[in-house]
Design a protein around this ligand. Structure first.
Ligand code: 13P
Length: 289
């Protein structure tokens, strides 16, 4: 089967983006996979350090690999926002297909050194195990939490957006496979609406560094902005908060209407369906279907 790098190239050639959705339990995986299968499109499952701790680092790796191989389906696993070399290493050794080393809070040269170390390790491990492993890094701050926000996260501003020349330097110095820039996107959903994306900046970053670009903080972004961002060079889009909200609201509704229900497969079912609906609509848009 083709690897994640091949699918990213294919998406780029077709002018579409691959959807990346976070999970912390198996119900969310069912909802996401059901939606992807209905549309027959590749999909990436993401787990942050916190999500991974809850679902189990080995367990999630085995699950995704098993589904990919048994169903011969392009479903891949990404270590989303891992903050240390050790946590990236652990995820890759468990069999993840990709990892994001998030060192944006470090001074630039320390960020570069840590990112480079992860890239070199991924190359070495990939060679040893005969598989392609991708390393992504973020440049420019976009906030940190997938949650409902009263306002734009502290520390995010036009000044913290990624500059094309910085992106070029960072990609050249680190050798990363994927870059996540700050282009008006924020993690989480802002009450009253998320900011608009800076499409021109995406174009300039793409031109400057010519690597696949990943748009984080997809929840709450307007459909027209997604379409324009993909056209400008975005290849992967991350969604988390929208899934969390849909899952929680479905559970809350079911349990308030059925307070005596104790069978998890009954009271969780609505949550799975709610996630599927969110992911289905996002994948349809991202894949131009
Ligand atoms: P949202 O929670 O804003 O969708 O962001 C998700 C994300 O970027 C995970 O890496």
């Amino acid at each position: 089967m083709k690897n994640l790098k091949d699918y990213i190239k294919e998406a780029s050639d077709k002018g579409v983006a691959i959807g990346h959705f976070n999970i912390s339990n198996i119900e969310a995986l069912h909802g996401i996979y059901n939606a992807a299968k209905k549309l027959n499109v590749p999909v990436i499952i993401g787990v942050s350090e916190g999500e991974e701790e809850f679902i189990g680092i080995e367990e999630v790796a085995v699950l995704i690999k098993e589904i990919r191989e048994k169903d011969n389906y392009p479903i891949f696993l990404n270590a989303d926002h891992h903050y240390s070399f050790e946590s990236v290493k652990k995820a890759l050794e468990a069999g993840y297909n990709a990892a994001i080393i998030d060192a944006v809070k470090l001074p630039l040269e320390e960020n570069i050194a840590l990112t480079k170390k992860c890239v070199e390790y991924a190359l070495e491990l990939g060679k040893k195990e005969g598989r392609g492993i991708l390393i992504e890094a973020e440049l420019g701050f976009i906030g940190q939490s997938s949650k409902l926000l009263e306002s734009i996260p502290d520390g995010v501003s036009v000044a913290t957006m990624t500059k094309p020349e910085d992106a070029k330097y960072f990609v050249e110095q680190t050798g990363i496979n994927l870059l996540a820039p700050s282009v008006g996107n924020v993690h989480g959903m802002v009450k009253g609406g998320n900011p608009r994306l800076d499409i021109e900046r995406i174009k300039q970053i793409k031109e400057a560094c010519n690597v696949p670009l990943v748009l984080h903080g997809g929840s709450g972004i307007a459909d027209v902005d997604f379409t324009a961002a993909i056209k400008a060079g975005i290849n992967i889009i991350h969604i988390n908060t929208e899934i969390r909200v849909a899952y929680k609201e479905a559970l809350q509704k079911f349990l308030s209407e059925n307070p005596n229900e104790v069978a998890p497969y009954k009271f969780l079912k609505g949550g799975v369906d709610a996630i599927e609906a969110v992911v289905y609509n996002r994948l349809k848009l991202f894949n131009n279907l």
